[in-house]
Design a protein around this ligand. Structure first.
Ligand code: AR6
Length: 172
């Protein structure tokens, strides 16, 4: 799976056609990835976000990326982890599916993801990473135009979890 790259960085610094934002349903900004993306993009991003009427959990909406090193931001809203009985797995799966669908509609070739829901929303990291990689492997078979998927990890823990699980899902 040479189309999948795992790096340790700040997602707001990554160059890709689209950067995925781990947003909330208001789409009006927040902390973590959302804060870094809004700071990096500049205030025009919030102006555009205000026109979108929010976003449901598990869905994804597109804006321009303004001052970021990307053409587009795909805002998705991950589920808040409340123990696993509130459809959290399927909602997180849906985030990745919708992001790839939007990427395909945009006709882009590269996309960078953060570890959606694993920060403020407390989704267990390894469980979320399995979902992220399963959906990515499926999407790369479906959307042949996408050449590069970059997972941007914040810290060594996430980086090592992604590397381990990618090797398990794709043993060669
Ligand atoms: N670059 C890459 N990864 C990051 C960065 C960064 N700059 N900052 C944090 N992470 P989170 P969520 C990692 O909380 O769990 C916001 O307030 C972080 O270590 O950004 O989906 C929104 O507005 C974690 O592994 O997103 C929502 O209200 C992962 O990115 C809420 O947080 C996601 O952490 C969404 O929570």
């Amino acid at each position: 799976m040479e189309k999948i790259e795992i790096i340790q960085d700040d997602i707001a610094k990554v160059k890709a056609d689209a950067i995925v934002n781990a947003a909330n349903e208001s789409l009006l900004g927040g902390g973590g990835v959302d804060g870094a993306i809004h700071r990096g993009a500049g205030p025009e991003l919030l102006v555009e976000c205000r026109t979108l009427n929010g976003c449901s959990t598990g869905d994804a909406k597109v804006t321009k990326a303004y001052n970021l090193g990307a053409s587009w931001v795909i805002h998705t809203v991950g589920p808040v982890w409340t123990g696993g009985n509130k459809n959290e797995d399927e909602l997180l799966r849906s985030c990745y599916q919708k992001c790839f669908q939007r990427a395909s509609e945009l006709g882009i070739t590269s996309i960078a993801f953060p570890a959606i829901s694993t920060g403020a929303y407390r989704f267990p990291l390894e469980r979320a990473t399995c979902i992220a990689l399963e959906e990515t492997i499926a999407a790369l078979k479906k959307f042949l135009k996408i050449q590069k998927v970059i997972f941007v990890c914040f810290g060594k823990n996430a980086f090592e979890a992604y590397q381990k699980i990618l090797t398990e899902k794709n043993p060669i």
